[in-house]
Ligand binder design. Structure first.
Ligand code: PLP
Length: 566
């Protein structure tokens, strides 16, 4: 296609119109006094109209994308470019647009507002593109074809060759929406613009660049098409403040995709192991589409826990599916924890009950023979009239970590256990803190002891491990023995009443309750002046002793290995 062919696709009224122009467009030279736009002359930083062509910003984007500025249109979000595509190319009530299904909803919404027929061609069951069906949906009035790649909400990409075949075969304008291209292992089609005049590529600063709140979307196309878009848009579509801030952001930051992609893979793997999740769709984007046994139930559980995801179960082709965006590690952990809890059928409500779910995932062909194939983990839930506590432990450290007891210093100490033992833990404790900290700390210790013990399974072959830890001027030593009788000794004194928000009398009580519940022999002794160091030393030494006690080396022998023991 050449420019003449594209021109034939443009609505006659758009071709005929004279765009709004400003005096500053027409002016040559360097004016110093601006009496052309009826602005206020008093400089308050915002008294002048912004650059309607966003020249500086386009130069910056051009440099980042390696493309000429004349190929760039900047919109108030990608949504503006989507709407403009309809307004420029589709005669209301006459022309039609084609897209895939399921996909991003705005293509259909913009079609409706512009009175343009919208034809949806379903993706195949595996979300691949049915190229023939897509092209067969076109007739002589088909002006636009939208393909989102990576696709929202399915998360997959389509092969580049297939897209190029479609762009070559379609007689109208093809819009490839690359909103998620930064997260994709595939390449952008930007390099194809010169050889395909009917191609518009959408990208955005809303996702990987982290500027959703600023509303800046990008369209890349031939200068002829970007020119048409500029004629039709509101003259000052990107406000001055936004232009300024985006410039700064582009100069000082890069899109963070590495962490998101890493988190995406971690979350996908964790989700795939939950019983309630039937399928985790492979994703090239910053979200994951998961098919679950009871999408509404999971959705409500997540909402109750303060987590909102996108329910796509009502969308044709996405039956049973929720779309989950990738958050920070902590946020993902909380999401995974909540999904895990939902999955194991544990309800946090209820009174005075105790349930345990131990999960040991053994590869089916080697049942019971290869111990290293086992995941040693357990989830224990306990509810009394004073507390509701759920703890999940994964002794092999592959699970998520999340700790919340409502007692800051206690959380900090439990964090020490996670970091120094290598155990993954989810601790969700809700207790009667308005009375005092006693029940919450005691019950957390009981549930933790049980969860560690459940996850360990048979303790045969485990004996005594100890750890001495110097901590500045303090020193803590902990002896731990899972093989012997239950015994507890404590030799550490605290004169302060509280450290942080945790009563010091509860330190001893925590470990005593743990020892009784886990069924172990635990001796703790600490000396020193700084009481904060002293208790931190105890928790760290405890974690180290635990790490040695649960290490895999200990299992195959009837006598304990000395490996990892100090
Ligand atoms: C998020 C998203 C966009 C971006 O929209 P903005 O208006 O730029 O924020 C575009 N297309 C798809 C498919 C999206 O999911």
């Amino acid at each position: 296609m050449d420019t003449k062919d594209i021109e034939r696709l443009v609505r006659p009224n758009i071709l005929a119109m004279a765009p709004y122009s400003t005096a500053r467009d027409e002016c040559e030279g360097n004016p110093e006094i601006f009496l052309d736009a009826n602005e206020s002359p008093y400089d308050n930083g915002f008294n002048r109209y912004p650059d309607p062509h966003q020249k500086k910003l386009k130069m910056k984007v051009a440099a980042i994308k390696g493309i000429g500025a004349e190929h760039i249109f900047i919109g108030n979000g990608s949504d503006e470019a989507i709407d403009l595509a309809y307004r420029v190319f589709c005669r209301p009530g006459i022309d039609n647009a084609i897209s895939i299904s399921p996909t991003y909803g705005m293509y259909g919404v913009a079609a409706a507002t512009n009175d343009v027929e919208f034809r949806e061609v379903p993706l195949r069951k595996d979300f691949s593109l049915d190229e023939e069906a897509l092209l067969a949906a076109a007739d002589e009035n088909s002006r636009l074809l939208f393909i989102c790649c990576p696709n929202n909400p399915t998360g997959n990409s389509f092969p580049k060759e297939q897209l190029l075949r479609i762009i070559s075969a379609f007689k109208g304008i093809v819009v490839i929406d690359e909103a998620y291209i930064d997260f994709s292992s595939g390449a952008s089609l930007l390099a194809e613009l010169d050889s395909h005049r009917n191609l518009i590529i959408l990208q955005t600063f809303s996702k990987a660049w982290g500027m959703a709140g600023l509303r800046v979307g990008l369209a890349f196309a031939s200068p002829y098409i970007t020119g048409l878009f500029s004629n039709v848009k509101y003259p000052y579509n990107i406000n001055g403040l936004t232009q300024e801030i985006v410039m700064k952001k582009l100069e000082t930051s890069v899109p963070d995709t590495v962490n998101i992609v890493r988190e995406r893979e971690r979350a996908a793997k964790a989700l795939s192991e939950y019983r309630g999740i039937m399928e985790v769709c492979p994703s090239d984007a910053n979200f994951i589409l998961v098919k679950c046994v009871d999408p509404k139930g999971l959705y409500k559980t997540l909402i109750r826990n303060g987590i909102i995801v996108r329910d796509r179960s009502g969308v044709r082709g996405c039956e049973g599916c929720l779309r989950i965006s990738i958050g920070t590690r902590k946020e993902n952990d909380r999401m995974l924890y909540t999904v895990g809890k939902w999955s194991s059928g544990l309800s946090p409500a209820g009174t005075s009950e105790e349930r345990t779910v131990s999960e040991t995932a053994v590869s089916p062909d080697e049942t019971g023979t290869d111990r290293t194939a086992e995941r040693r983990r357990a989830t224990v839930f306990r509810a009394t009239s004073e507390t509701g506590i759920t703890i999940m432990t994964d002794l092999d450290g592959k699970g998520p970590c999340f700790i919340s007891t409502g007692i800051g210093f206690f959380d900090h100490m439990l964090d020490q256990i996670v970091h120094h033992s290598g155990i993954s833990m989810l601790v969700d404790a809700k207790g009667d803190l308005c009375v005092d900290e006693h029940h919450t700390i005691e019950d957390t210790a009981i549930v933790l002891g049980k969860a560690v013990s459940e996850a360990l399974g048979s303790k045969a072959g485990i004996a005594r491990y100890g750890f001495v830890l110097p901590m500045d001027e303090s020193e803590a030593s902990v002896l731990l023995d899972f093989g012997g009788r239950i015994d507890f000794r404590w030799d550490a004194e605290f004169s302060r009443e509280k450290i942080g928000d945790m009563p010091t009398e509860m330190f001893r009580h925590f470990f005593k309750s743990f020892a009784e519940s886990a069924g172990c022999n635990l001796h703790i002794c600490a000396k020193g002046e700084n009481e904060h160091h002293k208790i931190e030393g105890i928790f760290k030494a405890f974690a180290r002793a635990l790490k040695a006690a649960i290490s895999r080396d200990a299992f195959p022998y009837s006598l304990p290995s000395s490996k990892g023991v100090l």
